[in-house]
Design a protein around this ligand. Sequence first.
Ligand code: KIV
Ligand code: NA
Length: 263
Amino acid sequence: RKAVSLPGLIAQRGQGNKITMLTCYDASFAALMDRCGVEILLVGDSLGMVSQGHSSTLPVTVAEIAYHTASVARGNKSALLVADMPFGSYGTPEAAFNNAVTLMQAGAQMVKLEGGAWLAPTIQFLTERAIPVCAHLGLTPQSVHQLGGYKVQGKTAEAAELLKKDALILQAAGATLLVLEAIPSVLGKQVTDLLLIPTIGIGAGPDCSGQVLVMHDLLGVFPGRKAKFVKNFMEGHSSIDAAVLAYVAAVKDLSFPAPEHCF
Ligand code: KIV
Ligand code: NA
């Protein structure tokens, strides 16, 4: 296939062709996901939990994300490669730029950061310097200690309004993708309808422009607590290729996420 690009993803959103994204941490899985047609590979800081065994994403470093990004880049041919900026790596626009350069030089084509309106100057600073930015709202796991746990966000009318305001501010600052995590499906739809850029949901309902899952959840190998939005696609399939193809097909034909995966 042709290389996946950000303009291509915006066109895809316009066509109503759902975007598929998975986390990926190494070259072999990158090659597999790429040949299965996954459009975006995310080197998520979730690697701190699923790969390193930490109880949060906070211990993950820029050097670790860069190491995994370089591995994924070697295995990938045509998917868009997004790297998470880990906890503490984007406290100021200048720090964010220096750390994002490390990740881009490791092979990332876009970086993702967690947070609301306070990130607007940072997103503007990065995008003006040729670093595409994916924003991340709702349940932002790096804020687990402030949020008091991994909880559904945007449930009150006030919180929903704030999230919508944040989404518009981040888009205006230059973000070209937005991950929405663990929010009510109605809010996922409202935010998607408000924006021109694609939204990628994880526990944000079926109306986002696309979906993302952590690969260990899709394969049913994460031993920790299973979030409501998780589906084990190995069930009913006898190979990892078949499970990833089933995920891609289910996102495209709107059968995933089903109501039982939504808030
Ligand atoms: O780190 C991660 O896996 C993520 C996704 C859940 C969006 O940020
Ligand atoms: Na992440």
